[in-house]
Write a protein of this length. Structure first.
Length: 452
């Protein structure tokens, strides 16, 4: 699924510099280090494309945007002050590799398949190999823990199995550290990720100790995915599903606030993790915390998102939308809401692959429930008019209300949309009863509409 905010940040944030004119930043402090990226288009690609590189958090390096020369060669040079992830982007494809002062040169290869550019490969980089294996272990752990999502971890036997998965993960990560002894992954990430044996004595002890790691108060760790893995696994598996206390997260927010750089990164990470977990109770607590502690709410973008979400989350009253349809007529969302039992607002982009895949799945639901009080109001991102009309013809049903956003895509902001497609279900009293993404909208709709 496309992440709208990530797309916007990557699309409008970078400063493009030509390959021939770009210069590395001058070294202003001993803590900075230089990396060189040397690249080559491996195959005879008939289509040449800009290749962009940049630091994950953009804290010290401007993005360089290069066109391969006639031989398919491209280069980049950066002065950095922190080890961490570096992104490379080819069109809409973004991937990451780890850099550190231990490795100065990164050799990149770009291949083609049927004239389509494929993701870059990083050659002979110990740091990148170690990091990719570390990511694989984290991903495997998450998959293993899925079996315990709905189980009672207070049960002794269940927790024994659960903690066994965590122990096994730690053994594998220790072996990884030994394999890449001098890497940043071994010296920093693996050690920061470890739990002590006493933490596995019970689920209560694990919950008490899980967040007591320096990783959350050190901004350098946010240059990797480690804090995200830790936070999401806690929300998905370790927290008591009936625990609506915000105490653990408030403690983390207070700890992180002692380091402004760490606080800014953690506050955004916490928003994304809670939003992804669908824990409305925790999100409300986060909104309350932000309002109660304006001096500690340092991330202005997260503050903006929380303020917006407070007006458009489940149980809030809907926000009216007034836009023009395909004939140029003004269509208001409130007219649909007041004349239906349920109104589904579908927010999408006509050239989004997930949107093209998902919206047609709503047609059978529409055909079954339109006579029972369902209305569908689609809002397209500002786009080419022809593309929009073609999307409506192929992927929607007659009877839907189809409008297009204005130049500012203001409705996206009103409803705090961070991924496309997104769906908001509103009842006849104008209350938002559900917010959904692509992979859950069909099942969730059936749940709400089946009693009709």
């Amino acid at each position: 699924m496309k992440n709208l905010l990530l797309f916007l940040l990557l699309a409008i944030g970078p400063i493009a510099l030509s390959q021939t004119k770009s210069k590395p930043k001058s070294k202003t402090a001993d803590s900075k280090f230089n990396i060189q990226i040397q690249g080559l288009v491996l195959d005879n690609c008939s289509k040449k494309s800009d290749i962009a590189f940049g630091e994950f958090h953009g804290s010290d390096a401007e993005v360089q945007k290069m066109n391969p020369n006639a031989k398919g060669e491209f280069t980049a040079s950066y002065w950095l002050k922190e080890p961490g992830l570096f992104f490379y982007r080819i069109g809409s494809v973004t991937q990451y590799f780890l850099i550190s002062p231990r490795e100065k040169i990164y050799k990149i290869g770009l291949s083609c398949n049927k004239n389509a550019l494929e993701p870059l490969q990083v050659f002979n980089s110990t740091e990148n190999k170690a990091y990719q294996e570390f990511v694989y272990l984290n991903t495997s752990l998450t998959a293993d823990l899925e079996n315990y999502r709905d189980k009672n971890l207070k049960d002794t036997l269940v927790f024994k199995e659960f903690s066994g998965k965590l122990r096994d993960y730690q053994k594998k990560s220790a072996a990884l550290a030994k394999k890449y002894t001098n890497s940043y992954v071994a010296n920093r990430l693996v050690s920061a990720d470890r739990l002590s044996e006493v933490d596995f004595s019970s689920i209560q002890k694990l919950r008490e100790s899980y967040f007591k790691r320096p990783v959350f108060a050190d901004q350098k760790f946010y240059n990797t995915m480690l804090p995200s893995y830790l936070l999401e696994n806690y929300l998905n598996f370790i927290i008591d599903k009936n625990d609506n206390s915000f105490a653990a997260f408030e403690s983390l927010l207070n700890v992180a606030s002692k380091n402004p750089a760490a606080a800014q990164r953690f506050q955004d990470l916490l928003y994304e993790a809670i939003n992804k977990s669908k824990r409305q109770d925790l999100m409300r607590s986060y909104i309350y915390w932000a309002k109660a502690h304006p001096d500690k709410m340092l991330n202005e973008m997260t503050k903006f998102k929380l303020e917006g979400l407070s007006k458009s989350m489940v149980d809030a009253q809907f926000i009216n939308i007034t836009l023009k349809d395909t004939l140029g007529n003004t269509r208001e969302l409130k007219d649909a809401v007041t004349t239906s039992k349920y109104t589904l607002v579908a927010i999408y982009n006509p050239d989004c692959s997930h949107c093209i895949e998902t919206l047609p799945k709503l047609i059978p639901i529409w055909e079954k429930y339109q006579s029972k009080g369902l209305k569908i109001y689609t809002v397209a991102a500002k786009n080419d008019n022809t593309l929009w009309l073609e999307f409506i013809k192929k992927h929607t049903a007659p009877g839907w209300i189809n409008v297009m956003e204005d130049q500012t895509n203001s409705s996206f902001g009103k409803y705090s949309i961070t991924s496309l497609p997104s769906f908001v279900l509103i009842d006849t009293q104008g209350k938002i009863v559900a917010r959904m993404v692509a992979n859950e909208v069909v099942a969730e709709l059936q749940k709400w509409l089946s009693p009709l």
